[in-house]
Ligand binder design. Structure first.
Ligand code: MLT
Length: 413
């Protein structure tokens, strides 16, 4: 009899977003007339920028001709895209990244899950709480945690709480940890860490020989000056950090799929006999063995965001969602909610009305306003009593959602 991976049996309930989808489907089946507005999963709604579409069409045409046809591409990505990233995302901010240190992939979700493979099983792992559930669940799946506890946390992980009191910036771990997941701008709280805060993390990692997985999927939404866009803007970070970026939220690629991960050549871990080992060749080995990369038309589309037209169109797209975030922030605040985030991120993080848990508020909002959000507790125990609204809707739906909440739910705050 084939044995199953029993670590999967430790996982609690379903993955958060399918679970929300299941509840919403049940509600819609029972209320077929309901006009439900979805602000749960952070999924984009606006079309791909025109420059991206043009580049994709042209790339498809290339595939139609024997002279320009392409089969397998380089597993780590075409150099035209890696060079455009190195120049525009890094060199322009004074950060030197060799294109060979950039690995193109189909998403930060897969990259953040796969990265754990090149690290040993006995690393101590720190995550924020609340946290993007993928970081936790993928470690559970490969057996890097003990069982789930009553609190919903997993034995063996180090949880760093994000609280109102600290502006949702967590304390440094009290004990020595080896791997740290750091999502900035933060999902789900929508808050952002300053250079000073990131410097603390880099210093910690250097002192304790830890590695930071820096997930900057929401970097494009940073609107305040002086906030770091890359962890490599922080001195010493290239020795301790892997950075993940995504075209999903920046340029509307959630369905199209394209992202990248930077693994600096100088970044090292250690072997069990204490030898220093560079991580770049390990990640290269993993990537080239298990993936044939991202399709040519998609990489051409991604590269188009760095053209003058593409840059302008992406700016407009990001500004559109940031305006939704502003409307949500102000609308929820007018309705009496305590509101965080939404300035440097497409997520607004609300406190639920007194006495209501995150899931109770989810049900209330769905029933009374026909609006779907994400319960804070779905991101971790410390998210209890909070609720996330996504700004990735249409303008019409954002305005309508605010009006509905102000009319039917505000009185309960
Ligand atoms: C979210 O809603 O947190 C994100 O859309 C999930 C993801 O990017 O996988």
């Amino acid at each position: 009899m084939a044995k199953v991976n029993e670590h999967y049996l430790k996982l609690q309930a379903g993955y958060l977003f399918p679970e929300i989808g299941r509840r919403v489907r049940a509600f819609c089946e029972a209320n077929s007339d309901a006009d439900v507005i979805k602000m749960g999963i952070g999924d984009v709604t606006q079309p791909l920028p025109a420059a991206v579409i043009r580049a994709m069409h042209d790339a498809v045409d290339e595939l139609a001709n024997v002279e320009t046809f392409k089969g397998y591409g380089p597993e780590t990505g075409y150099s035209f895209l890696r060079e455009a990233i190195a120049e525009n995302d890094f060199a322009e901010r004074g950060v030197e990244i060799d294109p060979e240190e950039i690995f193109i992939s189909d998403g930060s979700k897969s990259d953040s899950s796969n990265l754990v493979e090149v690290f040993g099983a006995d690393n101590k792992i720190a995550v924020f709480d609340p946290v993007y559930p993928v970081y936790v669940d993928t470690n559970v799946m490969v057996g890097r945690t003990g069982p789930a506890l009553d609190s919903g946390r997993y034995e063996g992980l180090v949880y760093l709480p994000l609280t109102e009191e600290t502006g949702f910036q967590p304390p440094l771990p009290k004990e020595k940890v080896d791997l740290i997941y750091l999502c900035n701008p933060n999902n789900p709280t929508g808050t952002v860490a300053s250079k000073k805060t990131l410097q603390k993390w880099v210093d910690y990692a250097r002192e304790h020989e830890a590695v930071i997985f820096y997930d900057a999927a929401y970097e494009a939404f940073i609107s305040e000056d002086d906030m770091p866009h890359s962890i490599y803007e922080i001195p010493g970070a290239k020795d301790v950090a892997i950075e993940l970026r995504s075209f999903s939220k920046t340029a509307g690629f959630t369905g199209t799929r394209c992202a990248f991960t930077v693994v600096p050549r100088q970044l090292t871990g250690t072997t069990s006999d204490g030898q220093s080992q560079a991580l770049h060749p390990l990640w290269y080995r993993r990537h080239s063995t298990k993936s044939n990369g991202v399709s040519y038309p998609i990489q051409r589309g991604a590269a188009a965001i760095y053209t003058p037209d593409g840059k302008q169109q992406v700016r407009k797209l990001v500004d559109f969602y940031l305006e939704n975030a502003r409307l949500l922030r102000e609308g929820m605040s007018d309705a009496g909610f305590t509101v965080y985030g939404g300035v440097n991120a497409p997520y607004v993080w609300l406190k639920t009305p007194t006495g209501l848990s995150s899931w109770e508020f989810f049900d209330l909002l769905l029933e009374k306003s026909n609006i779907v959000g994400t319960p804070g507790s779905g991101f971790g125990a410390a998210g209890e009593g909070f609720f996330r609204l996504s700004a990735f809707s249409s303008r019409e739906n954002t305005v309508e959602a605010i009006a509905r909440i102000q009319k039917s739910v505000a009185a309960k705050v």
